[in-house]
Design a protein around this ligand. Structure first.
Ligand SMILES: [Mg+2]
Length: 445
């Protein structure tokens, strides 16, 4: 029976201006005014606000609803506030960690991506593509080759990394909010040209993870964090791979000890720069350098020694953890039992775990795999165990990596930047012959 009280919230909403069941499309009335950014707290707060605006903008565009101009103005103000820190004195753009400590910051990602978003929203997609085309050498050539490469194909699985592949690298993970244009291009391709679109990232799934920096409409992508050890399926059910409880105890001990380093004034900056400190499921990351190399090498090595000593103390025989040092990040990963003793959990293991839970029919191609570093190769290898009907696009300027990918997968395309990959995918989705794709509810395309 209908509860007579159930009417009242509708009236309340009406007073606030929402009388139709479209509240979930509302772009929140956050007027981002020009504001001083003096700390990482200010920066991350501002970027979180841009996500609150960007996310419903994408949702509205996907449902063929026109967005309001005020939201564009807010994104512009967010950019101006960042420019105020960044350009006032370019050499010494300073962010304060606390009253005593401050570091130089590189806000170029944040500023550039906000600028692109407002250009996209104000001028439309054709002018936007002209605009970003001018930022890269041989842009048109790469895009044309990419469209030929995809050849109007419909893919069963679209398995992709995020940072460096579909998202430009950002100096600080917490502020690497996905831009609007990025979400439109990717989600359009995912919805129209693929059945199972999956992000597999080494960042955590949530708190603070890929979910917190993405603005794709809900129910389009499967998000997997911690290299696929944890993922959120399209019904928003969370899955987690098994971890040996004995190893989990050691992992928690490690996490506690590495967290303690933040109290050391010489080491606390590593909790803010680059990837920062990320506690994942079965994995921990701490940055020792950012993308602009703002940390002195000596300090960076000092952190590496501190972290290595902690790992040796907790795991003297090296059976529980693997340390992966990328030069930018130190990753400490819980091992799993492999064919030849213990091994670190990679993105291939992650993909197989996802398949075990939601049946991706990996033996049925075509599949498209996208990545940008050697850590993405295991997901390509994993798919190739099931079928040869696999296409790979890698975003890299590293000839050795490109060669390795091409050797593994004959259908390989190499592109030099995430924006070129995004444009290829976004435009391919406009030209593809319409087949029944995986569409999220409410998507108008
Ligand atoms: Mg990457």
């Amino acid at each position: 029976m209908r509860n007579p009280d159930s009417q009242s919230p509708v009236f309340l909403e009406k007073e606030q201006g929402f009388s139709l069941p479209t509240k979930e499309y509302a772009i929140p009335d956050i007027d981002i005014s020009l504001q001083p950014i003096r700390s990482f707290k200010d920066l991350f707060h501002l970027k979180a606000l841009t996500r609150k605006i960007r996310s419903p903008i994408v949702k509205n565009i996907f449902s063929a609803r026109v967005i309001n101009l005020r939201s564009i103005e807010s994104l512009k103000n967010a950019r101006r506030s960042l420019e105020d820190v960044y350009f006032r004195d370019y050499e010494t753009s300073i962010i304060h960690i606390d009253d005593m400590h401050s570091i130089n910051v590189d806000l170029s990602y944040e500023i550039r991506e906000l600028k692109k978003d407002t250009y996209y929203l104000e001028h439309g997609e054709d002018y936007f593509i002209d605009y970003i085309g001018k930022l890269y050498n041989k842009f048109d050539q790469h895009v044309r080759r990419g469209l030929e490469f995809l050849d109007n194909l419909h893919f069963n699985c679209f398995i992709t990394d995020r940072d460096g592949t579909t998202n430009n690298y950002c100096g600080h993970y917490r502020s690497s909010i996905q831009p609007v244009y990025n979400a439109i291009f990717l989600s359009r391709f995912a919805s129209l040209c693929t059945d199972n679109p999956i992000f597999i990232t080494s960042a955590p799934l949530k708190n603070f993870g890929i979910i917190d920096v993405s603005v794709n409409p809900e129910n389009v992508f499967i998000y997997a964090g911690s290299k696929g050890r944890e993922f959120l399926d399209l019904d928003l059910t969370e899955h987690r791979a098994y971890i040996d409880p004995v190893k989990q105890v050691r992992f928690e001990e490690l996490a506690a000890k590495v967290s303690e380093l933040e109290k050391n004034p010489e080491l606390e900056k590593f909790f803010y720069v680059g990837s920062g400190f990320q506690l994942k499921f079965g994995q921990l990351t701490i940055a020792r350098q950012d993308v602009a190399n703002t940390i002195a090498e000596e300090e960076s090595i000092n952190l590496l020694h501190n972290v290595t000593n902690i790992v040796r103390e907790i795991d003297p025989d090296g059976s529980v953890f693997r340390i992966l040092d990328t030069g930018k990040d130190i990753e400490i990963i819980l091992t799993i039992d492999g064919q030849n003793g213990t091994k670190d959990f990679d993105k291939g293991d992650g993909l197989k775990f996802i398949d075990s839970r939601i049946n991706l029919r990996l033996d049925k191609g075509h599949h498209l795999v996208c990545g940008d570093t050697a850590s993405d190769i295991p997901m390509l290898e994993a798919v190739l165990e099931y079928t040869d009907d696999v296409y790979a696009i890698f975003v890299t300027k590293d000839a050795e990596l490109a060669g390795k990918v091409a050797q593994l997968c004959p259908n390989t395309l190499i592109v030099p930047s995430p924006d070129i990959l995004l444009t290829i995918l976004g435009v391919a989705a406009l030209t593809i012959k319409r087949k029944k794709g995986c569409k999220a509810p409410g998507i108008f395309l």
